[in-house]
Design a protein around this ligand. Sequence first.
Ligand code: ZN
Length: 310
Amino acid sequence: MKKIIAITMILLAIMCFIIVFNAKGVESSKLNKDTLETNFSDIVPNNINLEDIHTPKLEKIDDISTNTNSSDNEETIPISLDGAIVPNNQKLSVEIKKKEVKREIDLKKPMVALTFDDGPHPEFTNSILDSLEKYNGLATFFVLGSRAEKFKNVIKGITKSGSQIGNHTYDHRELTKLGSKAITNEITKTANILQNITNIETSIVRPTYGSVNDKVKLYAGAPLILWSIDTLDWKNRNKEMIVKEVLGEVKDGDVILMHDIYKTTAMAAEVIIKELSSRGYQLVTIDELYTAKGIDLVNGKVYENAYVKK
Ligand code: ZN
């Protein structure tokens, strides 16, 4: 009997030992887990996966832009000048000074507006700006919102030079094929991008392909600027042909259409700017041209030239 009691006691002792040992093990591993979690939360905010931190999500731009409370689908792309995404409620302080040059436009002398579409281009837009600067000339650049986003510095360079920026839609869709909401979206999306970069409101629109109908007139919300001389530079890609087209046709009040995304156009522009200047033409922006000619630019109205009937 004594033997049985002794064996039972030994077995009980062994069981107690096992239970206590296991409990300690659990506790120590639990403690380790707590410590790990505590350290982890020191570095990483709640609910954020480390993977998210190491892989920035570019589509966040879209997230923010579609989160606006605006009722008319107006989209803003809140990107600061250094490319960082900023919340919508944070005001951007953008200050780009326009060239402080007093533009004296002689109303008795002839003037033309050179206009360049489909840019900006990092090389050719800048080379056109250089040519203009040599002759104290300015031009108007009808840019695409999608390209303005890519080449912000070129946009800033245009504004700094004193030249004008106009709206040529976001991604070059033909406005006459769109509904009213999409027309407004193409224009306002681009206008917002340009204003975020330059801090200047764009006031004029050049409809893509020169296509205009009543819906475009109504929903573009700006004067629609067409042209009186078409160089067909996009088609001929020929410096001599572009130069000949302009210099052979030009007269006071003309609006000349070119595209600053081709090398041949940039090369032709250099010759055109030099020659027109030596003929006494003043190279002016669209705003300067119509102001000088005493013609009001009205929203929804189409303008092809600034000829004044004598
Ligand atoms: Zn175009």
